[in-house]
Design a protein around this ligand. Structure first.
Ligand code: NAP
Length: 269
């Protein structure tokens, strides 16, 4: 099948698509033929630019604002999306933040903000998407599945991360949220998977790559010896949303240049 046909006639909602990895995923979904809903929380201008970029490339897109940690806003976003496009076929739960702190000084607000967006937000969006997928059921002219949910997790769903325990806990939570939903929804022909990025150059981790010294330090953790780009994740997401991966559910696909290969053991141990 041609790449631009992979998601033909399908509607994909990408949370946090106004920046970084979410933008890369939105563009890849558009390039694969999907109509794309570009969710954002505060960056309206950037979201509109992404809509223009998808449209310029021949796709259809619309921006919808919603704070994914707010139940009423999530419900309203799905209502608007279904009202305008009839249904949703793919949800990408990508929105995420870091609020870093040494553990003993971490505030409850830092903890709750990260868990609220990265984990609770993913739960709220996945629940709305699952309700819509079950309501509509399988339509073979769209996809073999009734719907696909993709979480953007992290290598930190398995790698502990000192100074970032709220973030690592949120991604560890996403791992079992994903697997448990996958188990529960498989009989409805809903596929649920995660992508676990390594270090991708976005604003969230700018300090880790913006100077040559910082990047050299970062590359010590990446056997493949390059940091990732949003497009590296976009390509995986488009494939994982398509029928090309129809037999895959309940899995995390790590796209990390080998970060999970215990790089310290390449020369030590
Ligand atoms: P980013 O450039 O900072 O983008 C974060 C996105 O999340 C933005 O579009 C932002 O929208 C949105 N967002 C923040 N709070 C939100 C809320 N309450 N409701 C809805 N959307 C909200 O970061 P990124 O690196 O692309 O990260 C995207 C995902 O990848 C995150 O889940 C992150 O944990 C994961 N990840 C990133 C890396 C990496 O190396 N970059 C590695 C592993 C995993 P606004 O701008 O409108 O606020």
């Amino acid at each position: 099948m041609d790449k631009e046909e992979l998601l033909k006639n399908q509607v994909a909602l990408v949370t946090g698509a106004s920046s970084g990895i979410g933008t890369g995923i939105a563009k890849a979904m558009g390039a694969a033929g999907a109509t794309v809903i570009v969710n954002y929380a505060s960056s309206e201008e950037s979201a509109n630019t992404v809509v223009e970029e998808v449209s310029d490339a021949g796709g259809k897109a619309r921006a919808i604002r919603a704070d994914v940690s707010d139940e009423a806003e999530v419900t309203e976003m799905f209502r608007k999306a279904v009202e305008q496009f009839g249904t949703i076929d793919v949800l990408v739960n990508n929105s995420g933040v870091q609020k870093d702190s040494e553990f003993v000084n971490m505030t409850l607000k830092q903890w709750q903000t990260v868990i609220g967006i990265n984990l609770t937000g993913a739960f709220l969006c996945a629940r709305e998407a699952a309700r819509e997928f079950i309501r509509r059921g399988v339509r073979p002219e769209r996809s073999k599945a009734a719907g696909k949910i993709i979480f953007v997790s992290s290598v930190h769903e398995v790698i502990p991360w000192a100074g970032h325990v709220n973030y690592a806990a949120s991604k560890g939570g996403v791992m079992l949220l994903m697997k448990s939903i996958a188990q529960e929804l498989a009989p409805h022909r809903i596929r649920v998977n995660s992508i676990g990025p390594g270090a991708i150059k976005t604003r969230i981790n700018r300090a880790a790559w913006e100077t040559p010294e910082a990047e050299a330090e970062l590359l010590r953790l990446i056997p493949y010896n390059r940091a990732g780009e949003p497009d590296d994740i976009g390509k995986v997401a488009a494939w994982l949303a398509s029928d090309e991966s129809d037999y895959i559910t309940g899995t995390t696909i790590f796209a990390d240049g080998g970060m999970l290969l215990y790089p310290g053991f390449a020369t030590g141990g």
